[in-house]
Each structure stands twice: as structure tokens, then as C-alpha cells.
Write a protein that binds this ligand. Structure first.
Ligand SMILES: [Zn+2]
Length: 134
């Protein structure tokens, strides 16, 4: 740790911390040490109780699709793609992209798991369907 360049390199903010973990193919969420609240996007305070510096935890990655929409795009730039909102079991909602699902099937309400796929700017967080024992 160097202290003489504090101005040019401020301490890693919550958003940078989150993105740096993603670049390592790790999904992190914040969990408040005081009240146990999980939150996303990352902030420096718990939005639930106001306590400072929430802990970082690794969620299960499991969740349920809350909504899904298809964005139309020309075939020459990759074709249509979907955008999903996923409610993680920890209680936070993430916007992402669904992979490995049957074309045309309804995704809403389906169980999914977080995974990573290579993207142009490094690993990209996506979701894939999971079959769960009843
Ligand atoms: Zn809290």
C-alpha cells in the first residue's frame, strides 16, 4: 500500500469492488452485518438500516426469472437477444441475459443459476436454466 498517490487512486468504491470480482468470474453481493439485508447495486451504506460498509458475500447464484424481454437486433450484429430480470434467492434483483434456454419458451418464473460466459470486455454474468428437485 502506498499513501502518496491517494488522490489519483482512491480506495476501491463498492461498484469497482463488485466489477473487479466479476472480472474474476465471481458474483458478489453486499450483506449488512447489522441487519442481514442483501443489496444490489453495491453502495457504501445499507439502504435498509443505514449501517456502514456492508460485508461482501458470495450468493448461491440461484434465482427466479421475474421478467424477460427480447430485444430485436439485426442478424448481422448477432440477432435478437433477451434481457431478463432475475430475483436471486438472497432477495436482490439483477438484470442479465439468459443462455441455454429453448427458443420461444416462457422464462418467467423459471429457476435459474448464475454463470459466466466470455464477453468482449471480460467475463459476463449470465443465467442458465436449472432443474430443481421438487
Ligand atoms: Zn442493514
Amino acid at each position: 500500500m502506498s499513501s502518496n498517490n491517494a488522490e489519483s487512486s482512491p480506495a476501491l468504491g463498492p461498484q469497482q469492488h463488485y466489477l473487479q470480482a466479476l472480472a474474476d468470474r465471481r458474483l458478489l453481493l453486499q450483506r449488512c452485518a447489522e441487519c442481514g439485508w442483501h443489496q444490489f447495486p453495491p453502495r457504501s451504506l445499507c439502504v435498509h438500516c443505514g449501517a456502514g460498509e456492508p460485508d461482501w458475500v458470495s450468493p448461491s447464484g440461484l434465482g427466479t426469472v421475474y421478467s424477460c424481454s427480447v430485444v430485436a437486433r439485426a442478424p448481422e450484429v448477432g440477432g435478437d437477444y433477451n434481457v431478463v430480470l432475475v430475483d436471486l434467492d438472497e432477495g436482490v434483483r439483477l438484470m442479465s441475459h439468459m443462455v441455454n434456454h429453448p427458443e420461444g419458451s416462457s422464462l418467467i418464473g423459471s429457476r435459474v443459476s448464475a454463470c459466466f460466459e466470455p464477453g468482449p470486455e471480460g467475463p459476463r454474468l449470465v443465467f442458465t436454466p436449472v432443474e430443481e428437485a421438487a
